[in-house]
Design a protein around this ligand. Structure first.
Ligand SMILES: Cc1ncc(C[n+]2csc(CCOP(=O)(O)OP(=O)(O)O)c2C)c(N)n1
Ligand SMILES: [Mg+2]
Length: 580
């Protein structure tokens, strides 16, 4: 939270514009004060975007509200800034629901500025009028309509505060179309910037931190399981410090991947529902099931992360650190409840632990490291053949091995839902604490991948973005290839073309012994779609072609789509698939 000088908000009038000092201009100035440089939108509410332009705020024009919302999500996840997305009332607002729902479940701060019908047309069946409050109530933290010009800055600030404070999430501010045109001059009474998250860091109760430190110091087989909250809090350095100084093994959820370096000798890796035979943590399952003290950090203990609540030990004592009190002890009763920010909580815990006698922890370290080393090498051995597979159609594990060989610590990897999230989280290596692997684990909806990658690129123009999508999921988002071209957003986009809705088909076969006829589809030339949009497209049919295609794409100036003709029988190591 920083104070911003009023002079920085001076607008530059746009030639020909009929309105130069309106409520919309006050909104634009407030956005600028909150550090907003880009707004994801498609013209509407037009006056907001025109006013934003006069304040030097760029419109990142999406082709569709649904994907525009995912762009905002990818931007927020990878910048630490609240993302802003706009939409018209009615149908446009309706298809903003899925990305806001993802953001709510995954705790991502987004402010949605949505046009509302004119105030005097309310409840008259005005064009595209619908109960927006009812529609957004289940997918946003906060929904309000501002109706008077004098309160506009209060409401913009409330929206940013709602999005970025406590557990981050989406906030919706409804803006009646007529209000936006009302003449207005800000009284400049608000001067703080609220656009970065976490907005307010609160530390857990120090007494409970001491209790947690006692438990961890005396534990026989302690384990940390870190979730996406560690990234949201920017707490990866603090977690790495705790791991190292207290000799604690650290596992993560899928969203928590990269919270610690996969290369650290005390990192277990991602644990959850894909610890089957080719799972990176397959041979380390006992490290979870046998733990006697478990520290959960920013981890909502959901179904996939806990392998349907079968993985985390029943008899263990839990210390649960989270910014959301309702998550603490939700599925595993917490002996020690640490309500607060992950960064401050981990810092305090490390301090409390290092003030104690850590002889027990230090003595245990060599055996823990040896177990992890052995588990990793068993995994390497078990998967060597498939990671080096020379077969066509291509194995996704080989594609991941080729990406992994080229990955740098500060590259951002994004995946669509379905198998793609598992392929990247299981087979790629987080080289440093803080490396980012973005997956839509809030709701796991198809189509998030490409737009999240574009949003990440908008927020991180100097970083390399690698995006992996299944062909089914990609079909939800093809139109945004034009956005990549128009805005010159360079992403290395890999489509795993197995010509099926893989996860769906395989899950149906496992569960029902048969599948419906929706899961197979006709061949699609994705590289040609990319070329039709003015991007580069490469078709890969043989495994030896993947490496050169990746090298070309990573060095390219525009988005390059690599259409990998992939093995429809390849299944990631989902434990449920291997049971019976
Ligand atoms: C929006 C949405 N619709 C449907 C589903 C259900 N679903 C989960 S995985 C999947 C198949 C995805 O296929 P594809 O994207 O080709 O990836 P693959 O599993 O083949 O790698 C489906 C339909 C979903 N998760 N989200
Ligand atoms: Mg597929």
């Amino acid at each position: 939270m920083t104070a911003v000088s009023a002079g920085a908000d001076a607008p530059r009038p746009i030639a020909g514009l009929k309105y130069n000092s309106t409520v919309a201009h006050t909104i634009a100035a407030a956005l600028k004060r909150h550090g907003v440089r880009e707004v994801f939108g498609q013209s509407l509410p037009s006056m907001v975007h025109l006013a934003c332009a006069s304040h030097g705020i760029r419109q990142i024009a999406y082709r569709q509200e649904n994907t525009g919302g995912y762009m905002a999500d990818g931007y927020a996840r990878t910048t630490g800034k609240v993302a802003v997305v706009t939409a018209q009332n009615g149908p446009a607002a309706a298809i903003l629901v899925p990305p806001l729902a993802e953001a709510l479940k995954a705790s991502i701060p987004i402010v949605a500025l949505v046009q509302e019908v004119a105030r005097d047309q309310t409840d008259r069946n005005a064009f595209q009028e619908i109960d927006h409050h009812g529609m957004f109530s289940a997918c946003a933290k906060w929904v309000r309509t501002v109706t008077v010009a004098s309160r506009i800055e209060d409401y913009v600030d409330m929206a940013f505060t709602a999005a970025a404070s406590g557990r981050p999430g989406p906030a919706v501010l409804m803006l009646p179309a007529d209000l936006l045109l009302e003449p207005h001059v800000s009284d400049q009474s608000r001067g703080l910037s609220l656009g970065a998250f976490p907005l307010d860091r609160v530390a857990p109760d120090p007494m409970r931190v001491e209790q947690a430190a006692d438990l961890l110091a005396a534990a026989e087989r302690p384990l940390v399981i870190a979730g996406g909250g560690v990234h949201a809090s920017g707490a990866t350095d603090e977690l790495a410090a705790l791991q190292e100084s207290a000799c604690l093994p650290v596992a993560t959820t899928t969203m928590g991947k990269g919270a610690v370096a996969d290369t650290h000798p005390l990192t277990v890796g991602v644990v959850g529902y894909y610890m089957g035979q080719a799972g990176r943590t397959h041979f380390l399952r006992e490290m979870v099931t046998d733990a006697d003290v478990v520290l959960l950090v920013g981890n909502r203990t959901n179904q996939n992360g806990t392998d349907s609540w079968s993985l985390y030990p029943e008899g263990a004592r839990y210390i649960h650190l989270d910014i959301a009190g309702e998550e603490i002890g939700r599925n595993y009763e917490a002996s020690v409840r640490l309500l607060g920010d992950a960064k401050l909580g981990l810092e305090a815990l490390t301090k409390a632990l290092t003030a104690r006698d850590l002889a027990k922890r230090q003595a245990a370290r060599p055996a823990i490291e040896a177990a992890i080393r052995s588990g990793r090498s068993s995994y390497e051995e078990a998967t060597r053949a498939v990671r080096n597979s020379g077969k066509a159609p291509v194995r996704p594990e080989r594609v991941m091995a080729e990406i992994d060989a080229r990955l740098k610590a500060d590259d951002i990897v994004v995946a669509d839902a379905s198998y793609s999230s598992i392929w990247i989280a299981n087979f790629l290596t987080a080289r440093e604490a803080g490396s980012r692997f973005i997956t839509p684990r809030g709701l796991a909806g198809l189509g998030w991948g490409l737009p999240m990658a574009l949003g990440a690129k908008v927020g991180n123009p100097d970083k390399r973005i690698v995006c992996v999508c299944g062909d089914g999921g990609f079909a939800h988002a093809w139109p945004e290839l034009e956005t990549a071209r128009r805005l010159g957003l360079q992403v290395t986009l890999i489509i795993l073309s197995n010509q099926i809705l893989g996860y769906q088909k395989h899950a149906e076969n496992h569960k029902f012994g048969a599948h419906t006829d929706a899961v197979d589809f006709a061949p699609v030339d994705h590289a040609a779609i990319a070329r039709a949009c003015g991007l580069d497209g490469i078709r890969v049919e043989r495994p030896e072609e993947i490496g050169p295609a990746l090298d070309q794409a990573l060095a390219a100036e525009k988005t390059t789509l690599i259409d990998v003709i992939a093995d429809p029988d390849a299944q990631p190591p989902i434990t449920a698939f291997e049971q019976g």
